[in-house]
Design a binder for this molecule. Structure first.
Ligand code: GLA
Ligand code: ZN
Length: 668
């Protein structure tokens, strides 16, 4: 067993003659590579025909890895159909949103409800598990790959009806949940229900539906249908291999699948990080924290990142020198115990031939990218087990709720311009740049460890969440929520009460009206001495016990509250009634964190990210990540040793971070 951060990536040697493998392994050794994800797209190779399995190549790949002292994350390879399967059973192909049955092509191309797909995928997973369960190279199982996509075929339609019967039991309950008396939709037979798509409830696209209830349930059904595929494969793996951990690689903030419904079924979480161009560093950080939150804060794997460049975008910029290292240590800072790449060697053909790889087409080890990868490999060896299994001691939680995300973005009114991720990110960013560690948690999470609970755009309030948020404030904590929160129940029906529904007692306000405006309409909001700008949506707040903290500066609601604070028990409920700009959100969040002494020691240098992890032996690691291309000059807030350089620094002494530099301080 390797007692260090796992390092390696997706490796597809089956695309190459074996002489190339020799070279690969020589370079892997130079780069400190210990872990290879194999078999992700090898179904057509391992099962060339319905009744023929052929594991010769995969045997050699695993044997070779073992001989070289490397381990594998073995994929079941069921994310891309082999052509014969699509030909023999055309119903394995997906039917798209427009109702078109696809023919063979692409990947992630299977219908999740298709019995033929399920049968063949589980047969493959079973064969692999039987064959490799005791292989010395086997480290983990990687089921499928980046599950996603929606199917609207007749098999799915039937499966959806079955799913609905289980959920609602009676059509009366379903009609009530979906509010079908509206527009003459009362269903009298389960068979009348159609999947919501361009041929049925939708107009303009997947986010524009006449019945939010149906569409929401189809999102949930799709989550469960794909999860069913995962569980079926996991079950057959477990029949042969009771112990090896099983995962599937997620995609961070991926709207189509509610990963919280999947989380209990993974042995560890893993995800692929490809941040959007120009995303601030807090964007991938939020995704890391969301992934860490899936398993109650347990470490996750960074299953993929590019060492240099992507290929699928219109423009695919290079990672600048030092950016890969910084992104990798950022992942570790947020809880990664593995750092893997897509991909180890570039494909010669097809759509990813220009995707960045540790080893390019020329097979060189004297490229900049290879050198950076190898240098990082050396540093990870140096770091050893110092951060393995470490946890984040966060006292701030951010509630992330797929149902709220879906409900908000498929709603007609008040505004199509409010984007769930953007609002969450603004609050997350403010907290992180002020130096607070943040756990990103589901609405069902135990909130007792937290002093501050942030619940922006919590559109849907389910179960006993409102009571648990009240309990946070009652014992002295602070709860923040915003515009468009507390609007609907689990079926997307408006609460028959004042806005913000179940959150109103905690917030001490009432909202009767809201004004949705185009992007270019700016409302000044006075926050004490500070003036922020607000956009998109302006809720008109009537305090019912809360005190105004900020007020609108224009229009007929000028002078009315835009931000309020309500004393509740020993604590406070904060309501932000509009989409404040980042400085406005920063102002609010820093006030809240200050109340709980949660401002970090480097909060005045927001470009230096800080993150704390506490190792199993109790040692406290403070990651300092300089996200600028200039050196950062700090004053050490405590005596510490930098684990990457071995250098000691005393409290109050100068501490300089290189451009894009990282320090991992073990605090004394
Ligand atoms: C995804 C997939 C990989 C590869 C990369 C390219 O993450 O899992 O197979 O296509 O994207 O960025
Ligand atoms: Zn289908």
């Amino acid at each position: 067993m390797t007692h260090k951060i796992r390092y390696g990536g997706d490796y597809n040697p089956e695309q190459w003659p074996e002489e190339v493998w020799d070279e690969d392994h020589r370079l892997f050794t130079r780069a400190g590579i210990d872990t290879l994800t194999v078999g992700v797209f090898s179904w057509s190779l391992t099962q060339p025909a319905e009744d023929t399995y052929d594991f010769t190549v995969l045997d050699r790949i695993l044997d070779r890895a073992a001989a070289e002292g490397r381990q594998v994350c073995l994929a079941t390879g069921t994310a891309a159909l082999p052509p014969w399967l699509a030909k023999a059973h055309p119903e394995v192909n997906r039917t798209d949103f427009e109702g078109r049955r696809h023919r063979y092509g692409q990947r992630h191309n299977f219908c999740p409800s298709s019995p033929a797909y399920r049968r063949h995928a589980t047969a493959m997973a079973g064969c692999l598990a039987e064959r490799y369960a005791d292989h010395p190279a086997l480290l983990a199982w990687h089921i499928n790959n980046e599950y996603g996509g929606v199917c609207y075929c007749d098999v799915c339609a039937d499966a959806f009806r079955e799913w609905l019967r289980n959920k609602y039991v009676t059509l009366d309950a379903l009609n009530d949940a979906w509010w079908t008396t509206f527009w003459s939709h009362r269903f009298t037979d389960w068979a009348e229900i159609e999947p919501p798509n361009a041929l049925t409830e939708h107009w303009r696209g997947p986010d524009h539906t006449a019945f939010q209830g149906i569409t929401l349930d189809y999102f949930r059904f799709t989550t469960d249908a794909l999860l069913g595929c995962f569980l079926a494969e996991k079950e057959v793996i477990r029949a042969h291999d009771p112990d090896t951990p099983v995962t599937t690689n997620f995609m961070g903030m991926f709207r189509p699948l509610d990963y919280h419904r999947w989380a209990p079924h993974l042995d560890f979480a893993s995800w692929d990080s490809y941040p959007p161009l120009d995303a601030p560093p807090t964007w991938p950080a939020l995704a890391h924290d969301l992934m860490r939150g899936l398993k109650d804060g347990a470490p996750f794997w960074l299953m993929e990142q590019t060492p240099s460049t992507t290929a699928c975008r219109d423009v695919n910029p290079l990672r600048r020198p030092g950016e890969l290292r910084l992104a990798t240590f950022q992942a570790v800072a947020h809880g990664a115990d593995a750092a893997l790449y897509f991909q180890m060697r570039a494909s010669r053909g097809a759509c990813e031939k220009y995707h960045g790889a540790v080893i390019g087409h020329a097979g060189r080890d004297d490229t900049r990218v290879f050198r950076e990868v190898a240098e990082l490999g050396r540093e990870l060896e140096l770091l050893g087990d110092a951060s393995l299994g470490a946890r984040t001691p966060a006292r701030t939680a951010l509630i992330f709720d797929w149902d709220s995300w879906w409900a908000l973005e498929i709603s007609d009114g008040p505004s199509r311009l409010v984007k769930y991720q953007e609002v969450l990110h603004a609050y997350y960013r403010a907290a992180r740049e002020a130096g607070a560690d943040v756990d990103v948690v589901p609405h069902t999470a135990d909130l007792t460890p937290y002093d501050v609970v942030l619940a922006p755009v919590l559109h849907m309030v389910k179960g006993d969440l409102a009571a648990r948020l009240e309990a946070v404030a009652a014992r002295g904590g602070t709860v923040l929520t915003t515009f468009l929160s507390g609007r609907v129940d689990e079926h997307d029906r408006a609460f028959p009460t004042d806005v913000p529904g179940p959150l109103a007692p905690l917030m001490g306000i009432r909202v009767d009206e809201w004004d949705s405006r185009p992007q270019d309409v700016v409302q000044p909001v006075e926050l004490g001495e500070f003036e922020a700008e607000a956009r998109l949506l302006f809720e008109i707040v009537q305090p019912r016990g809360a005190e105004p903290v900020g007020t609108y500066g224009a229009d007929f609601y000028a002078g009315t509250p835009a931000v309020t604070r309500h004393a509740y028990g020993q604590g406070e409920g904060w309501y932000v009634a509009t989409a404040l700009d980042q400085p406005g959100v920063d102002w609010v969040i820093r006030r809240i964190l200050t109340r709980h002494s949660l401002l970090g020691p480097y909060a005045h240098q927001p470009a230096v990210e800080t993150a704390t992890r506490v190792a199993p032996d109790g040692s406290r690691l403070l990651f300092l990540l300089n996200h600028t291309a200039d050196p950062a000059h700090l004053t050490a807030h405590a005596a510490a040793t930098d684990l990457l350089t071995g250098k000691r620094v005393g409290e109050g002494e100068p501490l300089t971070l290189d451009p894009r530099g990282t320090a991992i301080l073990r605090i004394q």
